[in-house]
Design a protein around this ligand. Structure first.
Ligand code: ZN
Ligand code: ZN
Length: 298
């Protein structure tokens, strides 16, 4: 695998924008004004939503996917980010599990954006956020499809582009983390694995091949999720941890960082680097850090 790395130094980028904006007659020049500049590429934006998850994915066929939506005050910011990339629709919306740091803004996004199909695990909870989401789906005449192992969200049949749900194999109602949708995305020779908050019990039950180049580390880097045995199966070259700075849970756990270091994996963290984007042309990867964070916006 060939890896290239671009570290965007925000201050430098901003000064370039300011200079260009002063030279340019257009009023709203912005770095993001090159929507899907990467046609034919798959780009995963691990959005910095503090302590939570939200991953916006530009597919090489110009469709889009959103996995999770941060807390309930991130909705407007997420929609703004997607619009800046030039999109007007989320073709595939995935709520990994009904915890507030994952589905917090999903009702808002469903109400305020164009949504294709929706996937959620078949577990219910009586939280207001979850009930609001069901109401929002109903009002848009959308029904969530059951997200469980064996479900293919799409597959072009040529092994060129596919998204498969590989867990949960079995639902666990007592610990919703262990009902998380685990999703594997493959584009030609590149692969991405998204773990939600799946903990050891769910992870060890996975029967499908978990091997992937880019790993969204489970449960914000908690030690309850990532084991050495699992990393030996995935063999990631790049890992992204989505967590808030100085969070109350001590995420990411130092042992998880140690395990990733032991396998010589390049680690990126939203708490330290803001939004992280990993793009693939099906063969090689580019990583961009320091992209726009999703701030409290509601
Ligand atoms: Zn979480
Ligand atoms: Zn959770």
């Amino acid at each position: 695998m060939i890896k290239k790395r671009i570290t965007r130094v925000l201050a430098l980028a901003l000064s370039v924008v300011i200079i260009l904006a002063s030279l340019c007659s257009c009023d709203d020049f912005n770095l993001f004004d090159s929507p899907n500049s990467s046609k034919g590429k798959l780009v995963c934006h691990y959005l910095d939503v503090g302590q939570g998850d939200s991953i916006f994915i530009e597919l090489p066929n110009s469709q889009t996917m959103l996995i999770d939506s941060g807390e309930n005050y991130h909705g407007a910011g997420i929609i703004k980010y997607i619009k800046k990339r030039g999109y007007t629709k989320i073709d595939y919306l995935v709520g990994t599990h009904p915890h507030s740091d994952h589905i917090g803004s999903m009702a808002y996004i469903v109400k305020n954006f164009n949504i294709g199909s929706v996937y959620m695990p078949k577990v219910s909870t009586n939280s207001r956020l979850y009930e609001n989401l069901l109401t929002a789906l109903k009002s848009k005449k959308l029904t969530a499809k059951s997200g469980k192992a064996g479900v293919k969200i799409f597959d072009d049949g040529d092994d060129n582009l596919k998204a498969e749900i590989i867990a949960p194999v079995k639902l666990e109602k007592e610990n919703l983390n262990n009902s998380s949708i685990v999703l594997k995305l493959t584009y030609k020779n590149s692969s991405f694995l998204f773990m939600g908050d799946a903990e050891k019990a769910e992870v060890s039950a996975i029967k499908d091949d978990v091997r992937a180049d880019v790993l969204k580390v489970g449960h914000h880097g908690s030690s309850t999720s990532t084991t050495k045995a699992f990393l030996n199966k995935v063999k990631p070259s790049i890992a992204v941890i989505s967590c808030g700075s100085h969070n109350d849970y001590g995420h990411p756990h130092k042992n998880v960082l140690k395990l990733l270091k032991q396998i010589d994996c390049e680690v990126h963290r939203t708490d330290k680097e803001g939004t992280v984007a990993v793009s693939s042309d099906g063969r090689s990867y580019e990583v961009e850090t320091g992209l726009e964070s999703i701030v409290r916006s509601k």
